[in-house]
Design a protein around this ligand. Structure first.
Ligand code: FES
Length: 193
């Protein structure tokens, strides 16, 4: 028996076999979902929202319960590398936007590169100082502009800096009652199993 899978909003669709993981189904249909932890269930970059057909999928794994908040589970999110199609039928899936999940290292680098390019010189220097990178070079004495190539050398170092900032920004957008430690309403949704 086969399963009809559609990814929205792209409209990619096709048929996959039962037993296929959602990440593999996406790849088969031409959609490369991010997979920062390479499918070990240790990130949330492969998260998708199940718009239709949730009952066709395997039960939640421990990794999904750990990585996805009760609110995200209640909204129908699954980790594509952990969820397997177990029954035939129609599935409609939507990748979780990057603004609502952890960024991959490459996405963080791209953001930081773009941001750094746009900065005025003073701010570039201040950023490098903030990253404790200025001490690594004596060439600042004669520098008239900080080349992007210099920043590139520090990208791996600053990925975590960018990630924690993105996490803080995402957290700031969350409703107050969803923030960890906030008092829970008695009607708070429980994760489905
Ligand atoms: S790729 Fe990391 S949890 Fe799926």
């Amino acid at each position: 028996m086969s399963v009809n899978v559609e990814f929205v909003p792209d409209g990619l669709h096709g048929v996959v076999a039962e037993g296929t993981y959602l990440w593999d189904a996406a790849k088969r249909l031409g959609l490369r979902l991010p997979a920062e932890c390479e499918g070990r269930g240790e990130c949330d970059t492969c998260a998708v929202i199940v718009r239709e057909g949730a009952t066709l999928l395997s039960g939640l794994t421990e990794a999904e319960r750990t990585r996805l908040s009760p609110e995200r589970l209640a909204a129908g999110e699954r980790l594509a590398c952990q969820s397997k199609v177990e029954r035939a039928g129609d599935l409609v899936l939507e990748p979780v936007p990057v603004t609502e999940r952890e960024e991959t290292a490459e996405e963080v680098k791209q953001d930081l590169r773009a941001e750094f390019r746009e900065m005025p010189l003073q701010q570039k220097l201040a950023t490098l100082v903030e990253l404790e990178y200025i001490a690594a070079s004596q060439t600042f004495k004669s520098i008239t502009d900080v080349p992007v190539s210099y920043f590139e050398k520090g990208l791996d170092y600053v990925v975590n800096f960018g990630r924690s900032r993105a996490r803080r920004e995402r957290q700031a957008r969350r409703p107050a009652e969803h923030v960890a430690g906030a008092p829970k309403s008695p009607e708070a949704d429980k994760p489905s199993s």
